[in-house]
Unconditional design. Sequence first.
Length: 523
Amino acid sequence: VLAHSESPSGILIKGGKVVNEDCSVIGDVYIENGKIVEVGLNLQIPKRVRVIDATDKLVIPGGIDTHTHMELAFMGTRAVDDFHIGTKAALAGGTTMILDFVIPQKGKSLLEAHDRWRETADPKVCCDYSLHVAVTWWSDKVKKEMETLAREKGVNSFKMFMAYKDVFMLQDSELYAAFAQCKEVGAIAQVHAENGDLIAEGAKKMLSMGITGPEGHELCRPEEVEAEATQRAITIAHAVNCPLYVVHVMSKSAAKVVSNARRDGRVVFGEPIAAGLGTDGTHCWHKDWAHAAGFVMGPPLRPDPSTPGYLMDLLANDDLSVTGTDNCTFSVCQKALGKDDFTKIPNGVNGVEDRMSVIWEKGVHSGKMDENRFVAVTSSNAAKIFNFYPQKGRIAKNSDADVVIWDPRMTRKISAKTHHQAVDYNIFEGMECHGVPVITISRGKVVYEDGQLKVSPGHGQFIHRKPFSEFVYKRIKQREQVRKPTAVTRKPYEGHLKSPTMQPRSYPLHKQQVFSQRQPSLE
Ligand code: URP
Ligand code: ZN
Ligand code: ZN
């Protein structure tokens, strides 16, 4: 398939089907110096170049995983896939960019945590990456640091937790303040939508009933705990006209809430993950404790086996917008921290390597979505929402040369025995997937081919993202202009005035504000 010349200065991908989110065309793609230089029919490149024959293959934008936690210190241990191994595995699966999370501890500086995470990731990453920053507490300093991060550090997305009580969770008034600041600085607010108070109560109840195994994790936080928080986040975001992105939508109930909100015209995006699209929570009831614990993540994979298919239907129809993985991997011995108490099982699953194949298999091969929608949900929509489109997420002149040669007919069986991740099990073990990345090109370099990775730590670069993504903010800005509440003009009241008999109750200022967008006309 491959025709080599020695030390080629560029790469010519010949005769593949070039797939973007809006169309597919047979053509050639010429790459030089990390960029796509030309896309067209029968390109004649006079120089010495490497030629890759892509006949009968698809040429797609490299996948963008919107949600990873490489080497995250969490629940008393540290995720085993670090920025080096995790991003190599991503490339082997056809993903050429990840968006990871900076998660500062409560009371700690967001900026310092961000800078530390950059120092950790920069020398290790094998593919490009960018960072979301979590807001885990609230103060004037946090507010200022959000502005600095958005203006100077290339961060245009902040994640707020409604779960992990006393660790990361924010109260509603803090969510309100954080969302308002996101809007102010042109960022998108992200939420981990689960009711942390209900989870804490539910966990106590399950343990008191003698349910200590992994099934207790879902039983203490059923679907409505996710759906309620999702609805609450949407309501709060709407109150401040802030765009909202719901990370890891895991249940049919929460997905319906997102879908209904979109139909009501809210600027909200839902992110299902590979785990939720490819497997389900019945595994947490498995008799083998280690098997069951391997599927524990938050929000939980749902025991309703119709969930993955339902989430995929919504993803295909644009009710859900984009896909990540929440890749946060703990090996079995780490999961065993919770062997006697499910609340101590480190939460997280794999996905960064297998997301593309799982979505192709369950989405495209199944007939739910076409190849163009596949590109939309695996790369372009992420690039649009997080404001680096068409630098990435598109095969076009001047775009970054993050390109995958995808064989839609080839199959592979997912297994921990063959995967490139550090974690010692795989939640998709045994899944046969159509759709295989045969070559991955990152920053104009072939980094994966013939099943071999050829990439060094530090090959990837940090991608700086500007605030006020047009894809997200055009509607927000217009609404800000035309949907301002206005006072009714009326004559002053001149009737009898009863003097107060009691001191008026003091009430927090923000609760007095009115945010009605549909004010009745009383004229
Ligand atoms: O179980 C999960 N999701 N672990 C990572 C932390 C988070 O909430 O995303
Ligand atoms: Zn989360
Ligand atoms: Zn996460």
